[in-house]
Design a protein around this ligand. Structure first.
Ligand SMILES: Nc1nc2c(ncn2[C@@H]2O[C@H](COP(=O)(O)OP(=O)(O)OP(=O)(O)O)[C@@H](O)[C@H]2O)c(=O)[nH]1
Length: 582
């Protein structure tokens, strides 16, 4: 839910809560006030009605008292006509007197208004019976009996109800000679009721109920007329003469009920009339209902207003934030955007814009530093790589050079070794190599139990040859002898130049027979050699000694033995072979 919607809902919710609380409190206060006002108003009306009734009855009572004294005087004068006029005039001045009449002491009507009931006997009527017994009588509302037919037309069909007032008539001696009685039309009560209701401006639903002393309704709604009612108000009247309460009546309707009772006026003692004014609570509370309706309407308006205030406030707050957010999103994506717009809608947004731009500036600076560092690092890496590559190349070159030097050294060593072990002129092994390797050959032959033979030979008269043909020719002969040996013996044999024109060959795995065969081959080879510098008939010979190796002797001893027999060959005339005896 975005901010606008959230504030819209939140403001609306708060408005609902506030307006509901205010409405409830308002209607609660209003209903309390209205109930109090309505109650007091109804109690007031009841009181006014009660007061007017009692005063009205007092006036009628006094009328009849005055009339009674006048009638008594006229009766003394036997002025019947005067009495007739008096009664008619009284009725004329106050039309609610339905009937006024004078009886004798036996209850016979002597004079009456409009001559009605004259001559009739009313001795059994309560008003007469009370008054004739010297009790001034005011009787409660009652239906018409004798006058019903005579007065029905005047009433418009509504049943006639009267209130009776009767006063005894006395003669000069003070004896009761008759009764002056009157029937007050109860229409008076109704007129009084509507006058009070109108004066007090009560609503149309207010009803007035006058309850007689036997709890019978004598004035009120038709359905209650002449019925006994029970109401809390009647009980309250025994404690207070005015007040109000709220109660539900037998018809199921709840009323605000005002009540009042005035007990007579001056010397009029009253009829114990109780006045109740009731109005349905629903009607009384009509203004509250109206107020509630209006409150709901106002609440709806306030809720909508608040919701939109929330909406527009959120819009005002969120718009710059959204703008900043959009710019922040575009940063890095859109090359045209490189900063947050400076918005001044309200101080916080301004602060945010400044803070974000400062942050961006710092990030940019760091980025630049980082880029610079990267470039430097890259540069260093490239330089170092170049250096390493160069060092590598140098190393490779050095290794190659070293390897080359090593090879040369090895070659040199080999050459030196070869030179150290080889006779330079003939290419045969020299004396040192001969002894080193000859001994090894003897040891191996011993292990393998193989025979070894030694050839030892020396060129004959070589001094003379040198002298005759020159030293170079002698060298040429020595080289040729070397080649002859190398080409005749096996690779495992060791041929060596052991002295100037002296040679020795150790023959591996060779017995005397093989040695002699090889000696012969060498003799033949030497004899057949041809040289450029000497004539073909001049041959070179050699004296040769052979010794078979004795397993117990060393190389030197073996060589000495071969040498010894070689000298024997010299002494025997040269160009021959002598084999040493074992
Ligand atoms: N050309 C040449 N002559 C050499 C070399 N070495 C030794 N001689 C010569 O060989 C000769 C050896 O002479 P002698 O020891 O007297 O022996 P000979 O003359 O051969 O006599 P017999 O051995 O008794 O037959 C000397 O004259 C040396 O100078 C060499 O390398 N080259």
């Amino acid at each position: 839910m975005n901010l606008k919607l959230r504030w819209f809902v939140t403001f609306a919710a708060w408005a609902v809560v506030l307006t509901t609380v205010i409405s409830v409190l308002l209607t609660q206060v209003a209903s309390n006030q209205i109930r109090q006002q309505a109650g007091n108003s109804l109690a007031d009306v009841a009181y006014q009605m009660s007061d007017k009734l009692e005063r009205g009855m007092f006036e009628r009572y006094r009328d009849i008292q005055v009339a009674a004294s006048l009638v008594a005087k006229l009766q003394l004068e036997n002025n019947t006509e005067g009495m007739q006029r008096l009664l008619n005039r009284l009725q004329t001045t106050y039309s609610d007197y339905a009937w006024i009449g004078l009886t004798d002491a036996e209850g016979k009507v002597l004079v009456a208004t409009q001559d009605l009931l004259e001559g009739n006997d009313v001795s059994d009527r309560p008003w007469f019976r009370n008054a004739i017994n010297d009790i001034s009588y005011v009787g409660d509302v009652h239906p018409a009996l004798l006058l019903e037919e005579a007065l029905a037309a005047e009433q418009g069909g509504e049943p006639l109800r009267f209130v009776d007032i009767a006063i005894p008539i006395r003669n000069a001696e003070g004896d009761i000679t008759g009764v002056l009685g009157s029937h007050l039309n109860w229409r008076w009560g109704r007129e009084l009721e509507s006058s009070v209701i109108n004066t007090m401006k009560l609503g149309g639903s207010a009803e007035m109920i006058l309850v007689g002393n036997d709890n019978q309704v004598v004035l009120g709604p038709k359905e209650l007329m002449e019925h006994e009612i029970s109401s809390q108000a009647l009980e309250e009247l025994s404690l207070n003469n005015s007040g109000y309460l709220i109660e539900t009546w037998d018809n199921g309707v709840t009323y605000v009920v005002g009540y009042a009772q005035n007990r007579g006026y001056r010397d009029y003692e009253g009829l114990d009339w109780k006045v109740i004014v009731r109005q349905p609570l629903r009607d009384t509370f009509a203004p509250v209902t109206e107020l509630r309706k209006n409150a709901i309407l106002v609440s709806v308006v306030v809720v909508i207003l608040f919701a939109f205030i929330g909406w527009f406030s959120a819009e005002r707050i969120s718009r710059p934030l959204l703008e900043i957010t959009a710019a922040a999103r575009a940063l890095g994506n859109d090359p045209r955007v490189n900063k947050i717009p400076m918005l001044r809608d309200y101080p916080e947004v301004n602060d945010l814009s400044v803070a974000l731009n400062t942050l961006i500036q710092r990030v940019d600076d760091k980025q630049r530093q980082l880029t610079q560092l990267n470039e430097d690092l890259d540069h260093k890496v490239r330089r170092r790589t170049k250096e390493v590559l160069k060092a590598n190349e140098d190393l490779k070159y050095e290794i190659a050079e070293r390897r080359k030097a090593q090879l040369e050294r090895e070659k040199l060593i080999q050459e030196l070794e070869r030179q150290a072990s080889t006779d330079a002129l003939t290419g045969l092994a020299n004396r040192r190599y001969f002894f080193e390797h000859g001994d090894r050959l003897l040891k191996r032959a011993k292990r393998q139990d193989q025979p070894i033979s030694m050839l030892m030979f020396d060129l004959d008269y070589f001094k003379a040859f040198n002298d005759e043909f020159g030293h170079a020719a002698g060298d040429e002969v020595l080289v040729a002898v070397g080649n002859l040996i190398l080409g005749t013996v096996r690779e495992t044999d060791i041929g060596a130049r052991t002295g100037g024109e002296e040679f020795a060959v150790v023959l591996d795995s060779t017995d005397l027979e093989g040695a002699e065969m090889l000696a012969n081959r060498l003799h033949r080879g030497l004899n057949s050699l041809k040289f450029d510098s000497i004539p073909d008939d001049r041959t070179v010979t050699m004296s040769l000694g052979i010794a078979l190796w004795d397993r117990e002797e060393n190389l030197e001893h073996l060589l000495n033995r071969a040498d010894k027999v070689m000298y024997e060959a010299k002494q025997k005339g040269r160009n021959q072979t002598v084999t040493a005896s074992s």
